[in-house]
Design a protein around this ligand. Structure first.
Ligand code: NAP
Length: 374
């Protein structure tokens, strides 16, 4: 396994790790597959994927419990990264959330503790000062962020007395939005970028030319398409990928994705065919469909989004303020609409909170950045 320097520390971590969203359940606990995941996580660790990413929200805490069981007796071999939810960003809640995570993971310390999402209702100073206290007390070793804009990352760096070691962001060949600001900034400042959903959550909705290139390279290197995708991601210097895998085949493949070198020409060929081109689409032309995003409920009207009864943090209204502040937020994802009335051109498949944030910010007067998926 290829190792990479973590942040600007002297420590090295595996360039490919193991994501644990869905291990022990997604939002609710599901203990029915514990034994299987314990086996798969151990297989991954023995294959070199010693960086393990979980969160208190995954499986409502059960993901951390499964990870705790998987690392029993081999704690010294792994690098445990977990996250606390934005509802817990206040000073006291961070301390309490860390204690709960330590207990579920059954470990003395967490290697990387991450703010899962910013919470505009809680001053970042409070959150960071709790994390600094946890470092001082030896309960966590590194501080990380997740889902922060570049502006908020820079602000956090200016405030934190401890080094910010990493930022976890979505990064795959279809969503390359971090390349504009976050990736170059992190490279310059020795902050590790942890690429989440590196396999686009297993959705291979690629165009014909993209499939052609991936298939040709898969044949040339005798590697699977997923291995080519992972290799492309970690070819960026300070990027670590954390795919989530359920099957033995996928775990082995992911660990083995480091073991070849993409030539510069092939790396560039992939970059070119996956050129990142969000388009601007009027919000009026986008239909909000309910089955857009797995098991997450969302809102159907702007009034519902403003009321935010489901308690999303940040709320659509808070996100709308970031949009008005010119803070970059990720494009939504749409596909050609199946609507027969002719009113809509696209159906929304991902980013319903962001969609309503744009509508709250500008009414229906604005065209918004979107990725059109096949
Ligand atoms: P992902 O890793 O991009 O994709 C997972 C999907 O890819 C699964 O369906 C999996 O199938 C499939 N897969 C894995 N290895 C494969 C292979 N070698 N060949 C073909 N298919 C393969 O998506 P993700 O779970 O969203 O992201 C990974 C991790 O990032 C999460 O588990 C979590 O730790 C983290 N994450 C963080 C955030 C955040 O807000 N910070 C958000 C999302 C995710 P099988 O399961 O059947 O193997």
């Amino acid at each position: 396994m290829k190792l990479k320097q973590f942040g600007n520390s002297f420590e090295e971590v595996s360039a490919i790790g193991q994501g644990c969203m869905g291990v022990g359940g997604y939002l609710a606990t599901d203990a029915s597959t514990d034994e299987h995941y314990i086996k798969m996580l151990r297989l991954g660790i023995h294959s070199g994927m010693t960086f393990i990413d979980t969160a208190e929200v995954y499986g409502n805490g059960h993901s951390e419990e499964v990870v705790g069981k998987a690392i029993k007796g081999i704690r010294h071999k792994v690098f445990i990264a977990t996250k606390f939810s934005p509802e817990n960003n206040s000073y006291d809640n961070v301390i309490r959330a860390a204690e709960r995570s330590l207990s579920r993971l059954q470990v003395e310390y967490i290697d990387l503790y991450q703010i899962h999402w910013p919470n505009p209702q809680v001053p970042i100073e409070d959150t960071l000062s709790a994390m600094e206290k946890l470092v001082k007390d030896g309960k966590i070793r590194h501080i990380g962020l997740s889902n922060f804009s570049c502006k908020d990352l820079k602000n956090a760096i200016g405030i934190s007395k401890q080094k910010i070691a990493s930022i976890q962001m979505e990064y795959n060949l279809l969503d390359r939005s971090i390349e504009k600001e976050i990736l170059p900034y992190c490279e310059q400042n020795k902050i590790s970028v942890i690429a989440y959903s590196p396999l686009n959550q297993g959705r291979a909705n690629y165009s014909e030319p993209q499939v052609k290139v991936l298939k040709e390279l898969s044949f040339k290197y005798e590697k699977t398409v997923s291995q080519i995708l992972l290799k492309w991601i970690i070819s960026n210097n300070n990027v670590i990928a954390i795919p989530k895998a359920t099957s033995e085949k996928h775990v082995k493949e992911n660990a083995d994705a480091c073991n070849f070198t993409l030539t510069k020409e092939d790396f560039e060929q992939i970059s070119k065919v996956f050129a990142y081109n969000p388009v601007l689409i009027s919000t009026e032309k986008i239909r909000v469909i309910q089955d857009g995003q797995g098991n997450r409920q969302a809102y159907s009207t702007v009034e519902e989004a403003i009321a935010n009864k489901l308690g999303f943090v940040p709320s659509p209204e808070e996100l709308s303020k970031e949009i008005l502040n010119d803070d970059m937020i990720k494009p939504i994802r749409v596909k050609q609409s199946t609507d027969s009335s002719g009113r809509y051109s696209y159906d929304l498949i991902e980013g319903r909170i962001r969609y309503w944030a744009w509508v709250i910010a500008y009414g229906n007067t604005k065209c918004i950045p979107a990725l059109v998926c096949d």
